[in-house]
Design a protein around this ligand. Structure first.
Ligand code: ADP
Ligand code: MG
Length: 140
C-alpha cells in the first residue's frame, strides 16, 4: 500500500513546555517517517488563513492569538493511513477526553492548548502540506 502524508504542528504550548522532543520521539516510536520539519513563527495573517475553516467559531480569535504566541514546529509525517493514524495517536481535541497514551493526553493542557495539530482529511493534508512546505523541502 502506498504511504500517505499528513501535516503535523507542535503548538506553542508544547514548544514552551519543552515537550517538542518528547512529542517527536512519540511520533517516531509510532513508526512515522518524518519527511520534513521546521520551526517557525506564524504571522497573524498566516494563522488566520490556516484556520480559515474556523473563522465563524467563537474561539477563532483566541485560537489565532494562541497560535502566534510563540514558535511552532511543523512536520510532514508519512505512514500507511497517516491522516487517520495520526489523529488516532493525537487523541481527542480536549485532552481531558483523550484516551490514555495519546499525545494530547500526555502533553495537552486544555481544549485550546492541546499540544498538536493534525490534518483531518487527505484533501486537507495535501492543502496544509502545501501551505507550509515547498516541493524542494519534501525530500523522498
Ligand atoms: P482538532 O484540532 O482536534 O481538529 P478543531 O479542528 O475542532 O480540533 O479545532 C481546531 C483547534 O481549535 C483545536 O485543536 C484547539 O486548539 C482549538 N479549539 C477547538 N475547540 C475549542 C474550544 N471550544 N475553545 C477553545 N479552543 C478550541
Ligand atoms: Mg481540525
Amino acid at each position: 500500500m502506498k504511504k500517505q502524508r499528513t501535516l503535523s504542528i507542535i503548538k506553542p504550548d508544547a514548544m514552551t513546555s519543552k515537550n517538542s522532543g518528547n512529542i517527536i520521539s512519540f511520533i517516531e516510536e509510532k513508526n512515522f517517517n518524518i519527511v520534513a520539519q521546521k520551526k517557525i513563527m506564524l504571522t497573524k495573517k498566516q494563522a488566520e488563513e490556516f484556520y480559515n475553516i474556523h473563522k465563524d467559531r467563537p474561539f477563532f480569535g483566541e485560537l489565532v492569538d494562541f497560535m502566534i504566541s510563540g514558535p511552532i514546529s511543523v512536520q510532514v509525517l508519512e505512514a500507511e493511513n497517516a491522516v487517520t493514524y495520526y489523529r488516532e495517536i493525537m487523541g481527542s481535541t480536549n485532552p481531558e477526553e483523550a484516551e490514555q497514551n495519546t499525545i494530547r493526553k500526555l502533553f495537552g493542557k486544555n481544549i485550546q492548548c492541546n499540544a498538536v495539530h493534525g490534518s483531518d482529511s487527505l484533501e486537507n493534508a495535501v492543502k496544509e502540506i502545501k501551505f507550509f512546505f515547498s516541493e524542494l523541502e519534501l525530500i523522498n
